[in-house]
Ligand binder design. Structure first.
Ligand code: GLN
Length: 537
């Protein structure tokens, strides 16, 4: 039996209130007080994981070291806490049902009728306690996706109710995040939506211990008293969460409001050590007071929804802060790039990043962007599909293999410089079957990547089915594009570079997933450094 405490975060009134950021901010404060904390997200949808979801539906799919394809909130958790998450940190209804149904098929329910209560709720409770049972955490924060009152959230709320009962007083608390809207016509903040949403939660047998109220305006003591009275909490347990200039301000805002102290008091944990926020604040002050400016073009096909590239834009913020530099992202739709538009679209950029992606929509634009970066000596970072496009561009325009492409785009091509990995050839299922998670890569010392990592063996996260075709390696290297990183066991090319270019790096893996506030990713740091140098030319 260990003494892990559980904090549940539910959402009311509307979605998109930023439960993930509140959870991550609270976790940060508790961590900097010396507690070991992790955060888990329970998603009520039926997909097994977001890996099969279109980014327009759900934003970026984040990938963990152990190869889980997860909600983008896990990216926030890692960026805030600087510790890795895993398969256990993101669970969907699909996964819950799948394991219950698998057990049923194995006969594990011994002839019983399998039902939402107790079987689904038991499985949810197990999934919540898996992290606590590792013994690695003093506190597990579990964020329940969706909004209280949704049909699909009901089993989760019931599981929380039961766990509160199972684990007893002072071991669990519920934080309800809600919206307190300002009605301009009335000139007032309105508490009724919160009252209704708390009532809804209480109908399911769960009373919030703390209300975190998102609001555009200061919540007066009067309003707090009203919220407290009608929602059955103490006035000091009503915490306001005003719109912030950056998500990285939220831990300090929550500290000022005393959220961490209230949580510790309710869990009967000591609050004597104040959070040590100096490193965090050092990052923040450099982020907020930049001395330099660079503009990076982000070439992708989902640019209408910036959340599709969340980890990349956050990695720019971390790397920018390192150089006290504001990194402005120019969002460029790959479908809009063609020989006529390229000059106007890309002109003036200090760096070009070609983003990950799937399928052939927009790839000619990506290839054109690579060519522009290569020929105009603009610092270039290609990630996953972006690296593959760099190889294709080089094969076409330097080696003269005009029909070079990836077999993802044309399975019949005569020059498949990128082709399907052998291990993928017999796979037909789409979900969870890519080359996922952390793999090693050996780096040659004479390279831009070595300058960045200062290490010859690295481990980075992956999410792909196609790879650099080693049949073309000798030819490509002889023409000047060098494979500076390979998987030591399989020889799979992980990194390509152009030594005759100021900074041109393509990586098969996703460095963006491992960039955090306190450990900005070295490749992003050096990419921004190269962009800064470019800006001074
Ligand atoms: N579509 C490419 C592949 O599967 C690249 C994937 C990606 O960019 N994540 O290999």
């Amino acid at each position: 039996m260990n003494n892990t405490k559980y904090v549940f975060v539910t959402g009311g009134v509307t979605s998109s209130l930023g439960k993930g950021i509140i959870a991550a901010s609270l976790a940060k404060l508790l961590q900097e007080r010396g507690y070991s904390v992790t955060i888990q997200k329970l998603d009520p949808y039926i997909n097994i994981d977001p890996g099969t979801l279109n980014p327009y539906e759900h934003g970026e799919c984040y990938v963990t070291d152990d190869g889980a394809e997860t909600d983008l909130d896990l990216g926030h958790y890692e960026r805030f806490l600087n510790i890795p998450t895993s398969q256990a940190n993101n669970v969907t209804t699909g996964r819950i049902y799948q394991s219950v149904i698998d057990k049923e098929r194995r006969g594990e329910f011994l002839g019983k009728t399998v039902q939402v209560i107790p079987h689904i709720t038991d499985e949810i409770k197990n999934r919540i306690q898996i992290l606590g049972n590792t013994g690695n955490y003093d506190i597990v924060i579990t964020e329940i996706g969706g909004t209280v009152g949704d049909i699909e959230s009901l089993p989760y709320v019931e599981a929380v109710r039961q766990l509160e009962w199972d684990l007893g007083e002072n071991n669990t608390i519920v934080i309800h995040l809600t919206l307190v809207p300002y009605l301009a016509a009335a000139g007032e903040l309105k508490t009724k939506p919160t009252q209704h949403s708390v009532k809804m939660l209480m109908q399911s047998g769960v009373s919030p211990d703390i209300l975190v109220c998102r609001s555009e305006n200061e919540i007066s003591d009067d309003i707090k008293r009203k919220l407290a009275l009608f929602c059955n909490v103490k006035q000091k347990d009503v915490i306001q969460s005003l719109d912030a200039e950056t998500i990285y301000d939220v831990p300090n805002l929550m500290l000022d409001e005393g959220l961490d102290s209230v949580v510790l008091e309710k869990l009967k944990l000591s609050d004597v050590n104040p959070p040590k926020m100096d490193k965090w604040n050092n990052f923040l002050s450099k982020h907020k007071n930049p001395k330099e400016f660079v503009e990076i073009g982000l070439i992708g096909k989902y640019v209408e929804l910036h959340d599709s590239y969340k980890s990349i834009t956050e990695a720019f913020i971390h790397a920018g802060s390192t150089h006290e530099t504001k990194v402005n992202v120019r969002w460029i739709h790959s479908e809009e790039l063609n020989p006529e538009t390229i000059e106007t679209e890309l002109q003036g950029l200090n760096g070009i990043l070609v983003a990950p992606g799937f399928g052939d929509r927009g790839i000619e634009g990506k290839i054109a962007a690579v060519q522009y970066a290569r020929e105009n000596n603009i610092p270039f970072l290609g990630i996953c599909l972006g690296m593959q496009m760099a190889v294709i561009e080089f094969a076409r325009n330097v080696l003269g293999l005009k029909d070079a492409t990836s077999t993802e785009m044309n399975p019949e091509t005569a020059n498949p410089v990128i082709n399907l990995m052998d291990e993928q050839k017999d796979i037909t299922d789409k979900g969870g079957t890519m080359r996922l998670g952390a793999w090693d890569c050996e780096i040659s010392t004479d390279s831009k990547v070595y300058e960045a990592y200062q290490n010859t063996l690295i481990s980075e996260r992956h999410r792909h089915r196609y790879e650099f075709n080693n049949d073309y390696k000798a030819q490509i290297e002889a023409a000047g594009m060098i494979a500076t990183g390979v998987n030591p066991k399989t020889g799979l090319v992980e990194i390509v570079e152009l030594p005759n270019h100021p900074w041109f790096v393509g990586v098969q893996y996703h460095p963006e997933y491992k960039s955090t506030v306190l450990t900005p990713h070295p490749l992003f740091v050096n990419f921004i450094k190269a962009a800064l140098e470019q800006s001074k030319k």
